[in-house]
Design a protein around this ligand. Structure first.
Ligand code: SF4
Ligand code: SF4
Length: 351
């Protein structure tokens, strides 16, 4: 489990045990959920449509055998049902805000009853942007419910009436892979629901989404030029596991993610100029775009790499990168090449 998420979850559970720390527990839970939701936002903002229905671990045993779209649907359907049918006893967000129409889902259930190719086919039908808006609306609505909870509510339990009510909703399939959920949820008190559908369940599925995402990135990078537009080497990048390269549609580089249009300025500029990379640009030395903004402490190291490619070609560039990694222990090239591109180039040429 991701160390930060595991730690936050552990702290939240400990705080939830006492009345005096109950409000802190809710704040910690919100913090954890905020961090987890940021991962979903990143995936939705960056990945291409086809990524959401692919099953790179089809047939595997575990949550990573699903799709990205299914994972989002499943997490938030469960939360919506639990938060609104059981705890708040009002209308689910899916129906109250019309997402049952806009997400284009052929089902209103949690999806537990689906398997194998059914999951991929289901995922293809979803409008991912609307699905994301649904997830966001469920999260916000749950936060409102959590904010109104009192410590004494944590012990609230659910009986046969709730079991019957949940069955009547039609939101949990009668399939044996799904209908166990009703007795499972109703066997817990509110505290137990906070510890599972509202937290741990998120962690397990979002970690599985990370695995899917990494596998998709790895597959996307196969056979693709490993030299990035700005001069970085994908083969040596410390984020290589998480990124599918800016030469594919699986680019998760922060320079792309944090650009308003989701496109890295260096990639955009090179494409506009019709060049293969910044190493082919006459304005390289004085450029301050994208990765080369002066505030980026890796800007001059990347320029040195680009200048090396310009002078010696990509093949030699990848070799010198290998040699640097054999000789030194570093994750970012600026740790070796420094903050002056002339000096960085000299170091590269001496190796
Ligand atoms: S900064 Fe831009 S060009 Fe460089 S690796 Fe990231 S996305 Fe690619
Ligand atoms: S102007 Fe800057 S970002 Fe654009 S191609 Fe030249 S070096 Fe790259």
């Amino acid at each position: 489990m991701d160390k930060d998420w595991a730690q936050m979850n552990k702290e939240m559970q400990a705080l939830l045990a006492k009345e005096t720390t109950f409000k802190d527990a809710i704040s910690k839970l919100m913090e954890l959920r905020g961090s987890l939701f940021a991962q979903i936002t990143q995936i939705v903002n960056v990945f291409p449509e086809e990524a959401f229905w692919q099953m790179p671990f089809a047939g595997a045993d575990g949550y990573h055998s699903k799709t990205l779209a299914y994972s989002i649907w499943h997490i938030f359907r469960i939360e919506d049902i639990v938060a609104h049918e059981m705890i708040a006893e009002d209308q689910q967000v899916l129906f109250a805000q019309g997402f049952d129409k806009t997400v284009h889902s052929p089902i209103i259930t949690t999806g537990n009853e689906l398997s194998g190719n059914e999951i991929a086919e289901f995922s293809k039908k979803l409008d991912v942007k609307e699905l994301y808006h649904y997830a966001q609306a469920v999260m916000e609505s749950t936060h409102q419910i959590l904010e109104q909870l009192q410590y004494t509510d944590l012990k609230r339990r659910f009986g046969d009436e709730m079991i019957a009510k949940l069955q009547r909703t039609g939101c949990i399939s009668e399939d044996e892979n799904a209908n166990w959920l009703i007795t499972y949820w109703c066997g817990k008190d509110v505290r137990g629901l906070i510890k599972m559908p509202f937290s741990r369940h998120w962690i397990m599925h979002i970690e599985a989404m990370r695995r899917i995402m990494n596998k998709l990135c790895k597959t996307a990078r196969k056979g693709v030029d490993p030299v990035a537009y700005c001069g970085l080497s994908c083969n040596h990048c410390f984020l290589g596991e998480w990124c599918g390269s800016c030469r594919t549609s699986y680019n998760t580089c922060s320079n792309a993610i944090f650009s308003p249009d989701g496109i890295c300025p260096n990639v955009k500029c090179c494409k506009e100029k019709g060049i293969n990379g910044c190493y082919e640009c006459d304005g390289l030395e004085s450029c301050e775009k994208g990765f080369y903004v002066p505030s980026n402490d890796g800007a001059n190291a990347a320029k040195a790499l680009s200048l090396y490619i310009r002078n010696h070609g990509k093949k030699e560039f990848l070799k010198v990168h290998d040699r640097l990694h054999q000789k030194y222990d570093f994750s970012k090239t600026q740790e070796i090449l420094g903050q002056d591109y002339h000096e960085g180039l000299r170091i590269l040429e001496e190796n």
